[in-house]
Write a protein that binds this ligand. Structure first.
Ligand code: FAD
Length: 590
């Protein structure tokens, strides 16, 4: 069923029902076929070349990109007129998730098919698409995205790269250095951001072979060593005027809109990486023996598998719920309409906060998974003999690129506060409402399935609004500069959205599941909601302490205690049940 159209952040005030969310169980045969193709590509093409990729052997990464193109994996987001498939976001995310099993190459894939391709898809002229897009979606050419500079990372608009029109008006001359460019070592086409006349931030399509373009050496990195990361240097690089992408001075729109999708795609990719890592940990625990028994039999490790499985279930629910929200919205933009991609971009922009939530939540779930998986391996997890070590190193970058998790948290909080300021999200106006919230009865039928989790999710949202209102009362406009408060508010929002996504998915799929699976899903939701409520309560308390004092603080802390909590009866049996499910499957089981 098509999900109802929700505005961005509307979930904070309007509870969706189980039939209004997209869940992975909704995938069509066509979507499953694309996932199978991605998996086959990873296993047959990428894995055998892992060592050669890590040594950066010439032609290997570019050759794999061509193979990915032949397999149809680069054309998912591109328009049909240029050899694309123009499929929905759910399919695009599913492919990214499966490609994550390719390890280092998945970073190259994401950079090529996401931030490398989408600026051209969304903003290119027909002539630019004719010239470049067909080559990009076939994998004949590789793409890269050049925004970061040595002195401008998070402050992306603070870049120094310049573009000056040549005296004869036929070319721009680009000068500057771009830093940490994924696929830099072999990309044929760079989307480069530079300021025309030092003022007008603008995007350019720059071929590798244009005079004045050089590429620096490979960075020596902590992880994802088999992906290419280089600087790209422009010294009076000659870029024809017809290679300006979009409008002069409107480059920021391209940079930021494309990053929304990039963040969301990263959420899907790290979801795949988390499943892979969990499988590494579970299979090791089943074979390693200590004290005469497999270490998988120890409750200490089973608890890790249960907690992380529940987190991955929530990540998966969140990623595909967001895909459903975006797809429902984008389906209202008629294909071929004038300014189609402008409306399309607005559709994506609507969920900018949710894209940031996906990036932060899923990357931090992966961080917890890889850390636990090293621990499960004991000393062997610390050696390069085992995959756990590489997975641990590879994970780290996901909390840094596509906007650091701090920057993304600020986007989440500011996005919500902006909507509140516009009246889209009603914040309680005076402290009395906080007292009322304390006295309000628990919502819903306490005997209904998932009633405690539903109440906990409603409570987390309520607490967020209460604390946000107190923060606005305290700081007014200046709240945008109170980063510690904003980060705490974002933490509550992230936990609430994730827990609600897991809950809705469970409510949706449970009736059709066999009893054993139904129990495992119920266990996952309970375990996740318990942890989410604990984290949300801690963050909300932090925010309350930052913005309130005296009676107002006491009221807020009382509200947090009462609302952001899950008394989770049966938590221990739920953990044992879910761990057993993972151990029996030998992998992420849901
Ligand atoms: C392997 C790799 C691949 C990459 N690929 C690409 C690519 O293909 N294209 C591309 O353009 N870039 C790419 N990047 C760059 C990446 O996006 C940046 O590294 C990232 O945005 C952070 O910028 P920075 O490294 O300059 O850190 P800084 O911006 O200097 O941040 C340092 C610290 O300060 C914090 N901080 C900064 N500003 C604020 C603020 N306003 N409020 C609060 N905290 C703040 C950050 O969160 C961080 O903790 C890549 C980086 C790496 C390492």
């Amino acid at each position: 069923m098509a999900p109802r159209m929700f505005k961005g952040a509307e979930w904070l005030v309007t509870a969706a029902t189980r039939d209004e969310v997209f869940v992975p169980e909704d995938f069509t045969d066509e979507q499953r076929q694309i996932a199978a193709t991605a998996q086959q590509f990873v296993e047959e093409d990428v894995w055998p070349k892992a060592g050669r990729l890590e040594r950066h052997e010439a032609g290997v990464a570019a050759g794999l990109m061509r193979r990915a193109g032949e397999a149809g994996l680069l054309m998912i987001d591109a328009p049909e007129a240029y050899g694309g498939l123009e499929l929905d976001k759910a399919t695009s995310m599913l492919a990214a998730e499966r490609l994550a099993w390719a390890g280092d190459f998945s970073v190259s894939y994401s950079a090529h098919s996401g931030i490398g391709t989408l600026p051209l898809v969304y903003y290119g002229t027909d002539a630019q698409k004719e010239k470049y897009l067909t080559r990009i979606v076939s994998g004949e050419w590789c793409a890269a995205y050049c925004l970061t500079e040595p002195e401008a990372g998070s402050d992306a608009m603070g870049g120094k790269a310049t573009a000056v029109l040549s005296p004869d008006g036929t070319h721009y001359l680009l000068d500057g250095t771009k830093q940490f460019i994924t696929n830099g070592g072999f990309a044929d086409l760079f989307t480069v951001f530079a300021k025309v006349d030092r003022k007008h931030f603008t995007a350019f399509l720059v071929e590798r072979t244009f005079p004045g373009v050089t590429v620096g050496p490979e960075e020596k990195k902590l992880g994802i060593k088999g992906s290419s990361t280089t600087s790209v240097i422009f010294e009076s690089a000659r870029v024809p005027v017809e290679n300006v992408l979009g409008e002069i001075g409107k480059g920021h729109k391209i940079a930021f809109n494309v990053l929304n999708v990039g963040r969301f795609k990263l959420g899907a990719a790290v979801l795949g990486a988390a499943k892979m890592s969990l499988q590494t940990g579970v299979s090791y625990a089943l074979t390693r023996k200590q004290f005469g028994v497999p270490i998988a039999s120890f409750g200490a490790l089973q608890e890790k598998f249960a907690d992380r499985t529940a987190d991955v279930f929530a990540s998966e629910a969140l990623v595909y719920r967001l895909a459903g929200l975006l797809d429902a919205r984008l389906a209202t933009v008629p294909k071929g309409a004038p300014r189609y991609y402008e409306a399309y971009q607005q559709g994506i922009e609507e969920y900018a906060a949710e894209c940031a939530i996906a990036k932060v939540f899923c990357s931090e779930v992966l961080a917890d998974v890889v850390d636990d998986v090293v621990q499960v391996h004991g000393g062997y997890g610390f050696t390069q003999e085992y995959a756990a070590e590489k997975q641990y190193r590879d994970e780290r970058i996901n909390r840094i690129f596509e906007g650091t998790n701090e920057i993304n948290r600020l986007l989440v909080a500011n996005g919500i506060l902006r909507r509140a300021a516009k009246g889209e999200i009603p914040l309680p106006r005076e402290p009395r409402e906080e007292a009322d919230a304390l006295l309000a009865p628990e919502p819903g039928d306490p005997a209904a399935p998932f009633a405690p989790e539903r109440a906990a999710v409603a409570g987390m949202k309520r607490v967020l609004l209460l604390v946000a209102a107190a923060a606005v009362r305290r700081h007014g406009e200046a709240l945008k500069n109170e980063q510690e408060v904003l980060i705490a508010l974002a933490d509550v929002a992230i936990q609430a959205f994730a827990a609600e996504s897991a809950l809705l998915r469970a409510e949706r799929i449970s009736p059709a599941l066999p009893e054993g699976k139904r129990e495992a899903v119920a266990a996952a939701v309970r375990i996740h909601a318990f942890g989410a409520a604990e984290k949300a309560a801690t963050a909300a308390r932090r925010a309350a302490l930052y913005v309130a004092e005296g009676d107002a603080l006491a009221l807020l802390l009382g509200a947090v205690r009462r609302l952001a909590r899950l008394d989770a009866p049966g938590l221990l049996p739920a953990k044992r049940r879910l761990a057993a499910e993972a151990l029996e499957a030998g992998r992420y089981p849901l």
